[in-house]
Structures are given as C-alpha cells and as structure tokens.
Design a binder for this molecule. Sequence first.
Ligand code: FMN
Length: 331
Amino acid sequence: MNKDFWNRKASEWKICFLAPMDGYGDSAYRQSMKRVAPHIMCISEFYSADGLVHSKFLADSVLPHSNIEDPLIIQIFGKDPYMFARAAEIISQSKYNIAGIDVNMGCPAKKVVRSGHGSSLLINSDTAFEIISALDKATDLPISVKTRRSFDGNQNLLDFVGWLEKSGAKLITIHGRTAKQAYTWHADHTDTYELKKHVNIPVICNGDIISYDDGINKVQDLNGFMIGRASFWNPWCFIPWGYDPTLEEMLQAMEFHATKLVETKWERKGSLEIRKHLVQYLKHFPGVKAYRKELVTTESLGNSLRVIESIRKEFKNDLDKRPGLGEVTTP
Ligand SMILES: Cc1cc2nc3c(=O)[nH]c(=O)nc-3n(C[C@H](O)[C@H](O)[C@H](O)COP(=O)(O)O)c2cc1C
C-alpha cells in the first residue's frame, strides 16, 4: 500500500464508503455490509491513538479482521502528534494488513471536544496540521481526514483543508454540518463542492445520504460519498439502482451478522451487542413484534438463531417476498 492509494482509487470510479461509526462499525458489521455490497470501502470505528500505544490488548482486539473487509482503513483520534505517530507505527507494523489511517477531526461529542480531540481540531488547527505531518513521516500508509464543514461556522474550510493537504493528507471527507449542529438540521454539501475546486486530493461528501443512488446524485464532481446511519438495518442501501431484499435474504443477513459478532467478540459480549442490530433489520416488517421483543432480550447466539428460525417457519410462504415493498402482510 503506498501514499498514492487514494488517487488511484479515485481514478477508477466514485468511491462509496461505509462511514466510521462508534458502537456499530466493528468487524462483524463491516463483514455484514461487504457480504452484500463488496464494492464499498470500510473505515473502522474510532480508536484512541493513546489507547493503541498503551494497550497491546486494544490493538490486538480491533486490528484483526477478515479478508472480506480489505482494504480496511483504521480511524484514530487524539491530540498529541507524537502519540499519533507512535499509533501509526503500531498499526502499520502490525501483522493485520491495514490499508490506511483516517484521523477523526469531526466528532462533536462534548467529552471529546473538551479533551481537545475530534472536531476541536478545527479550531486548534496548528495541532491538526502537526498531527498530519507527524503521521505522514511515521508511516507509508496513506493518511486521510474526516471532518465537518466547520466547528461553529467561523472557520475557513478551504484554508483548513489546504493546510491538511500540504501536511500530507491524501483524502478528505466532509460531513456537511458544523460540529455545533451535531446531527440537527440537514447536511449541506455546498462548501464541499467548493472545496473540491481548491485542493488536489480526493474529496468525499457525507451526511444524510440514504442510498447508493442518492450518493451518486449528490456527489457531483466530488470523488465519492459516505453512508452511515442508513446502513443500520440495511446493507442493501449500498446497492446501485436500489434493491429491496426478500424476507429470506433478510433472515440470512441477520444470521450472518449474529454469527460473526459472536465469532469476533465471544458469546457473552457478542450476543448482547447483537440485540440492537437484529431489531433494526426487522424495523419495516409487519407482524413480528413478539419476535422483536425476544430479540432485544436475547442472551445467546443459539437463542437469536432460534428466534430467526421461528420467523422463517411462521412466514414460510413469504420467504421470497419483499417486506420493504409491502409484499408481506401480517399472517
Ligand atoms: C452511532 C454513531 C457513531 C459514530 N461514530 C463515528 C466515529 O467513530 N468516527 C467518525 O468519524 N464519525 C462517527 N460518526 C459520524 C458518522 O461517521 C457520519 O459522519 C454521520 O453519521 C453522518 O452521516 P450519515 O448521515 O450517513 O449517518 C458516528 C455516527 C453515529 C450515528
């Protein structure tokens, strides 16, 4: 993998990303998305640069992944350029075949901002540039940045990204909200389109994109788009031309996700974490309230799989129908 990675990717076609999402985007989640949509690029949840340096356990828990997720980008956060450089050495020298490092400069959470991490780097911009320079020197992996269009409307995005590029950033993603807006209002990509005219690195838009086709409509001259929340129950959101899965495809996706989560995080942790995912898959599916109730209290993989099998049995005549199109009605 070399520093030219993102330019080469961008020269192929618009890049479609699964957004980094803390509490969601672990290995099992990424595998579940890539199983259905192999063309997407995955970025991990964010991990503390200091944490990776101080805890071998953290590195050995979050860097391993399946080949299906390759090329995998690891996102890190922090505020100390030296710790970023050391974390980059750990990531790039590990045996886990990581393709790139993304730096979080967009998280608006109060705790994160107060610590000088995430979106506060839009204000402490000198530190942001030092972080990218330090990373660029420390590793051969391409460094990218995910940020917001500004912190509170008072920062100049063109200057900020121009300096990130000069410091060594090779791709930039802009969430079209300010950090102050958090998740309120609508994402606005106007500044991102303008930015593209002023930098030479690939530019990606993010925020409120609900499907591949929506991304293609919004991407204009940019190099790609990133989808986060729309993927929660729906790996098919990444499929071009829109795709509504059959009930059987949904049940198989749930089985795959549950099995992978337990495989990667062990029975206790995996079977608790899978609850929030499984109920999302059934969100638009009528007549399964009782099953959803069981799934939110499930405590083992065996139990989750049994509930999914019961749905399969009860709806055996509807397995090739598409719940998203209203083809399955309450039995
Ligand atoms: C639950 C959750 C966790 C998130 N965690 C991260 C994270 O770890 N790193 C990051 O850069 N952004 C994170 N984000 C922001 C998303 O990557 C994305 O920028 C945001 O959700 C807007 O995109 P969307 O409208 O497609 O969801 C998170 C968002 C959500 C909803």
